[in-house]
Design a protein around this ligand. Structure first.
Ligand code: CDP
Length: 254
């Protein structure tokens, strides 16, 4: 536990001053890389993420091709300098897991049967990590896919909710409160984390993971918080795409 400090005080205020259902600040810019087919830069609290999309292009090696639809390869990578202790470069168990669940989530909204034998590659680079990077990465990937003009049923978006409490000086544990979008200390010292991704038009769940324990009622509340968080981020995603096309229209007029 973090000394005597409580993760949430008696007035319902969290360590960074947020209320239980408040998101960290999210800013998104679409189309930041010229070499990629689509790209996005996203900041979410202290997280800084770049997503780049390549494709649809012929899937290589050929044995990976699906004759009926495109394959979706998301690759999540944390830069060595993204965390306090230098992270050993290259894939590890955690990044393989996040790449896998992200690929599966994106596959559900991409209309893959338009592109048999093709691959759609999504690179997610975490430049700075401060809890919730899988949600930040997946939300950035959603914008980069739309920016690449890949046919989508919806722009996928992701957000987490979790449970935090406070340990008293005598070691006893004081309840637990459901909060939206865990920050760094909340993630390290909280009790549970529930990252989800949805297709916001239908609320179809594209990803749901749970770390820690939640009762059924707590789970329902956390899911409700996370879905509402997703809708807030979805609005910012759409604004970023509109801004990009607005800017390119202005450019053309010149
Ligand atoms: O980032 P996310 O919450 O999706 O995944 P996590 O596995 O729950 O990681 C939580 C946080 O731990 C990350 O966002 C990083 O800030 C930190 N972390 C780290 O400091 N070093 C690592 N090798 C992995 C994660």
């Amino acid at each position: 536990m973090n000394g005597d400090k409580k993760l949430i005080d008696d007035t319902g205020t969290r360590l960074d001053g947020r209320k239980a259902d408040e998101l960290r600040k999210v800013t998104i810019k679409a189309g930041v890389l010229h070499r990629a087919d689509g790209s996005c830069y996203l900041e979410w609290g202290g997280n800084k993420v770049i997503a780049a999309v390549y494709g649809p292009r012929e899937a290589i090696p050929r044995h990976t091709q699906n004759p009926l639809r495109a394959i979706v390869n998301a690759r999540y990578n944390m830069a060595a300098f993204s965390v306090d202790d230098r992270k050993r470069p290259g894939p590890d168990r955690r990044s393989r897991e996040i790449s896998k669940v992200t690929s599966e989530a994106l596959e559900k909204v991409i209309i893959t049967d338009y592109y048999p034998r093709a691959s759609i590659d999504v690179n997610i680079e975490i430049l700075n990590a401060e809890a919730g990077t899988r949600c930040a990465g997946l939300s950035a990937a959603g914008v980069a896919l739309a920016d690449a003009g890949i046919p989508l049923k919806d722009i996928p978006v992701s957000c987490a909710a979790g449970k935090i409490g406070s340990e008293e000086k005598d070691g006893s544990f004081l309840g637990g409160q459901i909060v939206l979008d865990l920050g760094k200390e909340e993630d390290n010292f909280g009790n549970a984390d529930l990252p989800i991704a949805i297709a916001p038009r239908t609320n179809e769940i594209l990803l749901l993971q749970m770390d820690g324990h939640l009762s059924f009622e707590e789970f329902e509340k956390a899911l409700d918080f996370a879905i509402k968080g997703c809708h807030q981020v979805s609005k910012i995603q759409k604004e970023a795409l509109i801004n990009k096309y607005h800017a390119s229209e202005e450019e053309e007029k010149k």
